[in-house]
Design a protein around this ligand. Structure first.
Ligand code: ATP
Length: 453
């Protein structure tokens, strides 16, 4: 029997938010010893927060983080620091420490002395760490007086002095010029290859990420993609996540992918998929089953508007051909609504998933109603719980079915009646009820086939 290797670091269904506001949810990932993983994602997507959770600085509000198979919060700070070192984006020191003193702090988890210089072997490790990170000539300089790039390399030396099994780096090249960017990543790669150090680094530079990391995690409040650079650096996926068009290819003579802005005279990017014929409106996880079913059936669809941070948004980034994106925690704006309106004029079918309707997304449903009145076929997908009671209901009178449907519509309405009215008007405008994911898929296939005739 082949034994499953134990992950050195694992996140199991982790959820976390600051001040009651959900930020990350359902993050599950497993890192094996010796992996080199690049963590990509736009500003504010939660990369630093994920690294803080993986290092134990923050505790998950749901789920757990395991270090070498044991829950991280049971390790204790000192023991965990003997295994994991963190290179933060910025380090501010309140005192005038020298570089050597700073790097010495890296030995603190192993010694009783604050500076970690008690034993000769510690002094040796500190010197070696300064050499490796290229900061030995700066050893007597005051840390706070160094340039951003120099400070970053000192922080790396501090982490190396910790001799960790796992190195977490938060944008390790952000303050460095191109020479030090390359040197830093070469150093990290060397530590990974020669010492088997496991590396996870948040990266903004997609080209450096594709060059140095064999596994990339594309993050947007949740994991959108977790695969090799070739699979993750896919123009459609990047444009959905970053909201900008890019070209991806292998430059002549190079061995790795490059991501570039599209040149002005290059033709617009052609999608591998045909233009979506189906649009989906969802939210709060209500679209998950339908999106998975559409993707499994290889039906190209667009989705939105969805707020960043909504689980349906993260899934749509992965599965949909195009996603109309709204900022987190904000009502659907007029500009975004206009994008939805235009999309609804282009597709053959709208799938409305059983999302709760509040003041923020009510305009979306009203837009759907306008589209239905203009003649766009609309399928109202009812919640799985509603589908579950449908077979029993079909044996009762049709009035009961109607009543249950109305109750279900009312339960989704958080607008004081406008949401319910909109759903009722959608029914009057001819919307079809699909009481299961399978029924929604059947309706979708039927409409696509009909539209092709
Ligand atoms: N201590 C905090 N309190 C409240 N909100 C926070 C805190 N730290 C981060 N945030 C918010 O959480 C979100 C994610 O931040 P985070 O720093 O994890 O993202 P990031 O992907 O690392 O961003 P960047 O690429 O810009 O560094 C942001 O909206 C940020 O404002």
């Amino acid at each position: 029997m082949v034994e499953k290797p134990i992950s050195v670091l694992e996140a199991q269904e982790v959820a976390f938010g600051y001040k009651q506001q959900a930020l990350l949810y359902d993050v599950s990932l497993s890192i094996q010893a010796g992996e080199m993983v690049g963590l990509l994602g736009p500003n504010g997507s939660g990369k630093t927060t994920l690294l803080r959770l993986l290092s134990g600085v923050l505790q998950p509000q749901q789920g757990r983080i395991l270090l070498e198979g044991r829950e991280l919060r049971h390790w204790g700070r000192r023991k965990a620091a003997q295994r994991i070192a963190v290179v933060p984006q910025e380090l501010h020191m309140p005192f005038a420490y020298t570089v050597e003193q700073m790097v010495s702090l890296g030995r603190t988890p192993f010694t009783s002395s604050f500076w970690g210089t008690g034993r000769p072997q510690d002094r040796e490790i500190i010197q070696e760490a300064m050499q490796e990170a290229g900061v030995a000539p700066l050893s007597e300089r005051i840390f706070n007086e160094l340039s951003g790039g120099e400070r970053q390399r000192v922080t790396i030396a501090m982490a190396l002095a910790q001799q960790p099994a796992i190195l977490l780096l938060d944008e390790p090249t952000s303050h460095l010029d191109i020479k030090y960017q390359i040197e830093t990543l070469e150093l990290v790669q060397q530590l990974n290859r020669q010492r088997g150090m496991t590396v996870i680094a948040a990266m903004h530079d997609l080209n450096l990420a594709s060059r140095y990391f064999s596994r990339l995690l594309l993050f947007q409040r949740g994991i959108v993609a977790d695969a090799t650079p070739t699979e993750v650096l896919e123009p459609g996926l990047l444009s959905r996540v970053y909201g900008v068009q890019v070209q991806v290819g292998i430059l002549r003579g190079a061995e790795h992918l490059s991501v570039l802005p599209p040149s002005q005279d290059s033709p617009p990017l052609k999608s591998k998929q045909p233009a979506p014929r189906v649009h989906l409106i969802a939210g709060g996880g209500s679209g998950e089953l339908v999106m998975r079913a559409l993707a499994d059936a290889r039906i190209s669809f667009s989705a939105g508007a969805l707020n960043i941070g909504d689980s349906d948004h993260t899934l749509a980034l992965r599965l949909a051909e195009d996603v109309i994106t709204e900022q987190p925690y904000t009502p659907i704006s007029a500009g975004i609504l206009e994008q939805v309106r235009q999309r609804l004029q282009q597709v053959d079918l709208l799938l409305l998933c059983p999302a709760a309707i509040g003041p923020g997304n009510l305009p979306l449903f009203q837009e759907a109603l306008q589209a239905a009145r203009r003649g766009l076929p609309v399928v109202l997908v009812t919640a799985p719980s509603q589908a579950a009671c449908a077979p029993e209901l079909s044996q009762e009178s049709s009035l009961d079915t109607e009543q249950v449907l109305q109750q279900a519509f009312a339960a989704r309405d958080y607008t004081g009646g406008a949401g319910l009215l909109c759903l009722q008007q959608l029914m009057q405008a001819g919307a079809i009820i699909a009481s299961s994911t399978a029924a929604a898929l059947d309706e979708t296939r039927r409409h696509i086939a009909y539209a092709l005739e």
